[in-house]
Ligand binder design. Structure first.
Ligand code: URA
Length: 191
């Protein structure tokens, strides 16, 4: 096992036993994250839905299936990314996470970020972008723009669930994913 794997295993076992907020009482599984821990891209979603709560894996439901289609369309494979959420336990009836739940959980994501050290962070949706990029982030105006924070290049795209609700946003989403794939290739050409 590599040092990185050991670190992430340690974070995961603390996360699986977490009782820091009331979501621990209603969860079936903690949804820690999945993917390549050495990847350049980290996708950050909002919170697990029903399918994720049942399986313990992020983005395995309808939104995850649509996300996969955008990834495939721009030539990104499972090996190119790691994916996790701001909140690791499902909010009842998929309501928005409460600020105090985000505060209780965000430390795990920060630890994942510091261990994985991706070059690119992609926020999936408004809630993730507000937490990671800036409090007043406007997803309709600012999706697809790039922000630099420390060593990270960060962007946000519409949440795939928002595309399912409003398919008119599909083209904008595809263009944003194309920019992400381009940025990944640009970075690996330089480094
Ligand atoms: N939506 C999210 O934001 N995260 C998931 O894991 C699933 C759906």
């Amino acid at each position: 096992m590599t040092d990185k794997e050991k670190i992430l295993d340690g974070i995961k076992s603390r996360c699986l036993n977490c009782t820091a907020c009331p979501l621990c009482e209603t969860r079936t599984n903690v949804v820690f994250g999945r993917g390549n821990i050495d990847a350049d891209i980290l996708f950050i979603g909002e919170a697990p839905g029903e399918k994720e709560d049942l399986s313990g894996e992020p983005f395995v439901g309808a939104a995850g299936k649509l996300l996969d289609k955008f990834l495939v369309a721009v030539g990104l494979s499972e090996n190119d990314y790691y994916i996790a959420n701001i909140i690791k336990c499902r909010p009842p009836k998929n309501r928005d996470p409460k600020p105090e739940e985000e505060d209780a959980c965000i430390g795990f994501l920060k630890e994942q970020l510091m261990a994985i050290k991706p070059k690119i962070i992609v926020c999936l949706g408004r809630i993730s972008a507000k937490r990671i990029i800036k409090e007043d982030f406007k997803i309709t105006e600012e999706h697809g723009k790039w922000f630099k924070k420390g060593n990270f290049l960060i962007t946000a795209v519409f949440h795939p669930a928002a595309i399912l609700r409003d398919p008119r946003r599909k083209q904008a989403e595809l263009e944003d994913f194309e920019k992400i794939a381009e940025m990944k290739n640009k970075i690996s050409d330089i480094i």
